[in-house]
Design a protein around this ligand. Sequence first.
Ligand SMILES: Cc1ncc(C[n+]2csc(CCOP(=O)(O)OP(=O)(O)O)c2C)c(N)n1
Length: 347
Amino acid sequence: MVAVRSVARQAEARRPACPSQSLAPDDLLHWHRTMLLARVISERIWLLNRLGKVHLAVTCQGHEAAQIGSAAALRAGVDICVPYYRDLAVMLMLGMTPRTIMLNAFARRDDPNSGGRQMPAHWSWPERKVLTTSSPVATQIPHAVGMALAAKLRGQDSCAIVYFGDGATSQGDFHEAVNFAAIHQLPVVFFCENNGLAISVPYPLQSATPTIAEKAAAYGIPGVRVEGHNVLAVYDATFQALERARRGEGPTLVDAVVPRLTPHTSNDDESRYRPAEEREQARIHDPLAWFSRYLKDKGYLNDVQEQSELQDVKDEVEEATEHAEESPDPHPAQLFTHLFAGNGRTP
Ligand SMILES: Cc1ncc(C[n+]2csc(CCOP(=O)(O)OP(=O)(O)O)c2C)c(N)n1
């Protein structure tokens, strides 16, 4: 983890060095199971798309550690979470079940995210303070800042975290939101899952600064760059950023560098713009392989336990898939429900 500016370094000196070191092995094994679950669900949704059963697959593959490490630092239901479409593992960490995620993928009536009306992977969970996902890239960032402002004005203890990709930092919304939050010292963490590509556009064609973290200096806030495949480093960085927000010291920008292990979505053919060697290289930073090695080195996990965990997870995802497949579609009469104020009937 590299703090980009000196103010950030001074602030860091006052924080606990590595909160992840005080975690119990069971916490880490829970993260590992969640990581396996996210990976297996992602792979399954991709296959279901290829079978013509779900209309879009958006994977989190490569982003799992960034999502799990950051979400683990949140207080579910207290802190405000504003995810983007890739954040399947964030939702699992907040308690969403494989059944719910599959109902969402199949756009079924009983999907609590939107009752099958939003696009897949557009999350929403009011009870856990998860804001409805917006499709236009970066629009969620000012939304999160607005929620952080509301929490501050109301004297609430909540912090907000907002997730986005590197491509979102090319949008005006990002800059306006970070600037406003910095001026008003709002309790918000800007969490960038930086996989170096916005669909086919590589990072150097989006930004002239070598890192996203250093953009923070322009707004007078700390920017922290972290290895996004290292779930412990991500947890530490996010924990510290949230603590800073809770102390009333304002926002932090976290730049979590992650590999993109799949095409952008199931609608994308990355072989047209991404050389095979580059795709292969990305696997070196597979967060699941990294974490599995770490846990085995520590003696918390062995091959037999890992295989048995994987089988459990596959069984759970199988059951969730069958359940969603057999579940009803939304009723056509519900088409306008939640779209307009009032009783939900066609206007
Ligand atoms: C305002 C806007 N422009 C374009 C799109 C189409 N689009 C959807 S995702 C995406 C790329 C986003 O890349 P990034 O923010 O890096 O996130 P990633 O998908 O790589 O995690 C684009 C251009 C959109 N949804 N909204």
